[in-house]
Design a protein around this ligand. Structure first.
Ligand code: GLA
Ligand code: ZN
Length: 676
């Protein structure tokens, strides 16, 4: 089956030829051929070029560029250019300029900083998208539409403030409802008129980035801000769809990016695309998890790797080079987790401004005799040979982890019980326990269909949204295993505490109630003492950060605290609920405990590793048409070996059949094809 979205695995990236002369363009085309590049993302930052004033539009340059690329076998991912407004627009219509959290109005400069509620920005961005779609709707080169670029940031201008009130009216209908949702009798905040409500900024409720006196207001602002940008996206999206109903429209996301609720956005993306920029110190499990989130946004559909650097970034404090083989390895890692394209930022390195030291396929040397170009060209050849083999193949996971943006916002805006609690870190902790054992995980939302999973985890499910507790009960009653942790079930969607004992709506399912929550200092620890052995777990393990003081209301106590005045109180519980089980981890345990616990939960469900491999050798699989593509990726800087089993399997990159113990070179990749 060929993906209905993309006909092949495209290879290419962001291309900014407006920074170069014609001779260089011709040289680019020659080198694209050498590298096997067949897709270019263009027009990302050319708004000022194609619209020099309010009424003039110049598309000749784009016409020629698109034709020239197409004639040379390069397809187009066409950006709408709206990620940076033109200087004339900022000068004539200051409403496009954002106001920051300290109340300072920006001037023209930078990018990604148009006010999402600016009437001018909305008007002109919609017009340009409309014009581009009308002009290129029949052009065979244009395969993907790329709206704006990396939406993000926030704005506190008067237009946003007005729009916030409109948003609240729609959400709450009456001012009484707002007062209730925000608990405004606290600190005398009772509102009598919508106009009394101001944006939560450093001039009102906030201090610093994550601190708010009124979490309810701040939470609604986060939702509003994400929605405001989504509205901008949608204006362009519909402008394109009007001309090309079957167009493939996307915008490039950024993995675990806090400000935008990507689950909401993905509903309006024909294909998810994202920009992957791990640093050399980023755990590979974290990158894998980000890919899995991107795949999870559309319930497992493949996504585009829109950007990655072929060599280095410019915006980190220390921009190390990707070591030889790492670009290839990480490209395959993205494919292994669901990418159907491999693309770069950027195809040619700029000579001026802040990205001139950002890596590119064509470096400042300007020719093909560079390490980076050779590696890109070699990968290009390999991908051509792979052809559509893995295209549209799906990752099949029996384990899922719940991720939720509202929960993220609410947890980290919380004043107390600890500043140490970071939601994504907790998600990653649980994720990596599976990752290191080569057990695949889907990242799902609270709205996803969870019924097909055997094991569902929701670490730090602080906020329980309407209906979710019942959904979890149904999942467990039907035989699923569920696990959640400390600081779960605390609040509803408004960040109002569910009274009667934590974990509120999850009490019934978990068979416990939490009376108090202790926050430990960074160097302070408690311990988890197993009452009996549990799989490979026995004895005492370390825990810290937060310790729930809880009582069983029917759950079996599997482990207890070893220290302090709550020594002997439950630290790990298991509740049988219908056909299934619901686990509660009451503190933040060490990794050995966590890996042991999750291994046991997986084993009880007969969930096995895809393959046993040495540390740092990742295994992931994609499946289609009865065939499974097993990706084995050695992230170590030294060769490793692993046992493939008795039957002989074909390795696709070398075309060789392997069996038994085999070795994999440093940063090497194997892709095996076997019947599923
Ligand atoms: C982002 C942007 C690109 C470029 C790269 C540099 O992903 O989308 O325009 O700035 O970062 O890493
Ligand atoms: Zn604004």
């Amino acid at each position: 089956m060929i993906s209905s979205k993309l006909p092949k695995m495209f290879y290419g990236g962001d291309y900014n030829p407006e920074q170069w002369d014609h001779e260089t363009h011709l040289e680019d085309l020659r080198m694209f051929k050498l590298a096997g590049i067949d897709m270019a993302t263009i027009n990302v930052f050319s708004w000022a070029l194609i619209q020099p004033d309010e009424v003039t539009y110049n598309f000749e340059y784009l016409d020629q560029l698109i034709d020239r690329l197409y004639e040379n076998g390069v397809y187009i991912c066409l950006a709408t250019s709206t990620a940076a407004h033109p200087a004339w627009m900022a000068k004539n219509y200051p409403d496009v300029l954002r106001v920051d959290a300290d109340g300072r109005k920006r001037k023209f400069g930078g990018r990604h900083n148009s006010c999402p509620n600016s009437p001018t920005y909305r008007k002109y961005s919609e017009i340009i998208a409309d014009k581009l779609a009308e002009r290129y709707k029949d052009h065979p080169a244009v395969l993907v539409w790329h709206i704006s670029n990396e939406y993000g940031g926030d704005c506190y201008c008067e237009n946003c403030e007005k729009a916030f009130r409109v948003y609240l009216k729609k959400r709450y209908q009456t001012i009484e409802q707002v007062n209730k949702a925000w608990n405004t009798n606290f600190w005398g905040h009772t509102f009598y008129d919508w106009d009394e409500i101001v944006l939560p900024s450093n001039l009102s409720e906030h201090w610093g980035h994550n601190s708010s006196s009124f979490q309810g207001i701040s939470l609604d602002y986060s939702r509003f801000n994400s929605d405001s940008m989504l509205e901008c996206y949608l204006l362009e999206y519909h402008a394109i769809k009007k001309h090309i109903p079957d167009s493939v429209v996307t915008t490039n996301l950024m993995g675990f990016f806090k400000q935008l609720d990507y689950f909401k956005w993905a509903k309006y993306m024909d294909i998810v695309s994202w920009d992957s920029y791990p640093g050399l110190a980023t755990p590979i499990s974290y990158t894998a998890m980000a890919h899995d989130l991107m795949r999870g946004l559309k319930d497992g559909l493949p996504f585009m790797l829109m950007e990655q650097t072929p060599s280095q970034q410019n915006w980190q404090p220390y921009n190390s080079l990707k070591r030889p083989g790492v670009m290839r390895l990480w490209s395959y890692q993205s494919v292994a987790h669901g990418a159907d394209t491999v693309m770069f930022f950027q195809l040619r390195r700029s000579v001026g401004a802040c990205e001139k030291y950002h890596g590119a396929v064509i470096e400042h040397a300007g020719h093909e005799n560079t390490r980076v170009f050779r590696e890109v060209a070699e990968l290009g050849k390999e991908l051509q040979n792979l052809g559509d083999t893995t295209l549209d193949a799906r990752v099949q996971s029996r384990v899922a982890i719940v991720f939720d943006w509202d929960n993220w916002w609410a947890i980290e805006k919380s004043s107390g019980p600890t500043v140490a609690l970071k939601y994504v870190e907790q998600i990653h902790k649980y994720y990596s326990a599976f990752f290191h054992r080569n057990i695949q995980v889907d990242i799902v939302s609270v709205d996803s269909d969870i019924s097909s999973y055997d094991l569902l985890l929701a670490p730090v499910l602080y906020m329980v949204k309407p209906g979710f507790a019942a959904k979890l009960e149904q999942f467990v009653a039907a035989g699923g295993t569920f696990l959640t942790t400390f600081f779960s079930g605390i609040v509803n969607e408004h960040d109002l505490v569910t009274t009667g004992g934590y974990p509120g709506e999850l009490r019934n399912l978990l068979g416990i109630w939490v009376e108090e929550i202790d926050a430990l200092l960074p160097e302070q620890k408690n311990s988890i003492v197993l009452k009996e052995t549990l799989g490979a777990l026995e004895g005492v393990y370390e825990c810290g950060m937060l310790c729930d003081l809880l009582h069983s209301e029917g759950a079996e106590v599997i482990a207890e605290y070893g220290e302090d005045f709550y020594q002997g109180m439950p630290a790990l519980t298991r509740n049988t609920f219908g056909q299934g089980q619901a686990w509660y981890v009451a503190s933040d345990p060490d990794n050995i405990f966590l890996e042991g616990l999750l291994a046991e939960l997986a084993a009880e469900k007969n969930i096995k590793p895809l393959l046993e491999t040495p540390q740092g050798v990742e295994v992931s699989a994609r499946t289609k048409d009865g065939l499974t593509y097993l990706f084995v990726m050695n992230h170590n800087a030294s060769p490793q070996s692993y046992d493939l089993g008795n039957s002989s399997v074909r390795e696709l990159l070398t075309g060789t059949d392997y069996t038994g113990q085999i070795s994999i070179e440093a940063r090497g990749v194997h892709i095996f094809e076997r019947t599923s």
